[in-house]
Design a protein around this ligand. Structure first.
Ligand SMILES: Nc1ncnc2c1ncn2[C@@H]1O[C@H](COP(=O)(O)OP(=O)(O)OP(=O)(O)O)[C@@H](O)[C@H]1O
Ligand SMILES: [Mg+2]
Length: 228
């Protein structure tokens, strides 16, 4: 399993904005390479989720999409907020909560009509104004078709999903988006919780292609760390 460790890459504990600091760009570039060039992914669509809440899944998804996209749009990246329980990507990118995924899957809205431009190479599909109708959305016959359409229009697709051990969403979605990046908060998330999440995702036909140990802190002060 590919393991990537991130430090507190985003200054002041703030989520990613429309651009990353050079340090964060470096870290998430490596993550991008580990994910998409690992030989483990079966497609260009990756779901990012965590075992329990507030581990940094959305921050990771957002920063990964920002790092992997370039304003010139040489590669087209779509960031999809499928965390219908606690949508946050639009807040992190200072965009609208909807219309988005909910309106595409419930009302049959054209995906292109709800895409929000982050940069020339990155579009956000926010969860939508009707995201609360989560089970209806997840059970929609149109989920596969939605991802098929995205695959035609984009080179890479990053999908944010709700915490695996709290909601069935990621497990359900795994049958359509089987390549999964699991985020855990370093020194905090119990090993058993991560193991349980992995088991659930695999039961849903998903495969964990990598792990992110997020918000790792170093016990040795930085000035000393440089000398040892
Ligand atoms: N690498 C990081 N550096 C600094 N702060 C971070 C980092 N990762 C996450 N955070 C902070 O932790 C909090 C939770 O992050 P985030 O929203 O990404 O978690 P989540 O797993 O998506 O949560 P939820 O379960 O609600 O979807 C946010 O306040 C975010 O700013
Ligand atoms: Mg989130």
């Amino acid at each position: 399993m590919t393991q990537v460790t991130t430090t507190k890459a985003i200054p002041n504990g703030q989520p990613a904005r429309a651009s990353l600091s050079p340090k964060a760009q470096n870290i998430y570039n490596s993550l991008w390479a580990s994910v998409f060039y690992s030989g483990k992914v079966t497609s260009k669509i990756v779901m990012v989720c965590s075992a329990v809440r507030q581990e940094g899944a959305s921050t990771t998804a957002c920063a990964l999409a920002l790092a992997g996209s370039v304003p010139s749009g040489a590669d087209r990246v779509a960031l999809v907020d499928f965390n219908l329980r606690a949508p946050s990507l639009h807040k992190y990118l200072k965009l609208k909560p909807g219309p988005g995924v909910a309106e595409i899957l419930i009302e049959g809205r054209d995906p292109a009509s709800v895409a929000q431009r982050v940069s020339g190479g990155l579009d956000l599909y926010s969860a939508g104004n009707e995201a609360g109708r989560s089970l209806e959305i997840l059970k929609s016959q149109n989920v596969k078709e939605f991802f098929r359409m995205l695959s035609e229009g984009y080179d890479y697709i990053i999908v944010d999903a709700a915490a695996v051990n709290h909601h069935p969403d990621a497990q359900i979605l795994a049958s359509t988006v089987p390549d999964i990046l699991l985020v855990a908060r370093a020194e905090q998330t119990p090993r058993e919780a991560v193991a349980q999440a992995k088991k659930r995702l695999e039961a849903g036909a998903g495969s964990v292609v990598g792990m992110v140990m997020n918000m790792r802190t170093y016990p040795i002060p930085k000035f000393l760390y440089k000398r040892v």
